[in-house]
Design a protein around this ligand. Structure first.
Ligand code: SF4
Ligand code: SF4
Length: 133
């Protein structure tokens, strides 16, 4: 499952540079799928929603650092454990029970975000699931 940040966060910023997917943002900061990934242009999310990877998305929290669920892979494909949880001084990076994903899916997501996807170079809408096909 993805990781989430609880309201115990003290906004120290230690987690942000540790994320291999650039899934962690400071409170109130807008974010993009393209930041820290090879995503560009139109993409289809697991939910079926189409978005543009280069378009700014609204901050998830105005008070605390937050994790973009669709960019979090629990660090699968990069590290053995979630790096945000490993460095957080108050242990507020915890499993997100509302976003449970299999290891296979997390690895597919990681591949999709970091270029192992031949549709990235075409004009087609890229989907997480196209990696598997
Ligand atoms: S678990 Fe890993 S990928 Fe997910 S937000 Fe934390 S550092 Fe980023
Ligand atoms: S390391 Fe923990 S306390 Fe610090 S900003 Fe990240 S989630 Fe918040």
């Amino acid at each position: 499952m993805a990781i989430k940040i609880t309201d115990d966060c003290i906004n120290c910023g230690a987690c942000e540079p540790e994320c291999p997917n650039t899934a962690i943002y400071e409170a109130a900061f807008d974010w993009k799928f393209s930041e820290g990934t090879s995503l560009k242009g139109d993409i289809k999310l697991p939910s079926g929603q189409n978005v543009n990877a280069d378009t700014e998305q609204e901050a998830v929290s105005d008070e605390y650092y937050f994790i973009v669920t669709d960019k979090c892979t629990e660090c699968k494909g990069f590290h053995d454990e979630p790096q945000c949880a490993a460095v957080c001084p108050v242990d507020c990076c915890v499993p997100d029970e509302d976003n449970v994903e299999s290891e296979e899916f997390l690895l597919t997501k990681q591949s999709f975000m970091h270029g192992d996807n031949d549709k990235q170079s075409s004009n087609e809408t890229s989907s997480w699931f196209s990696v598997k096909s």
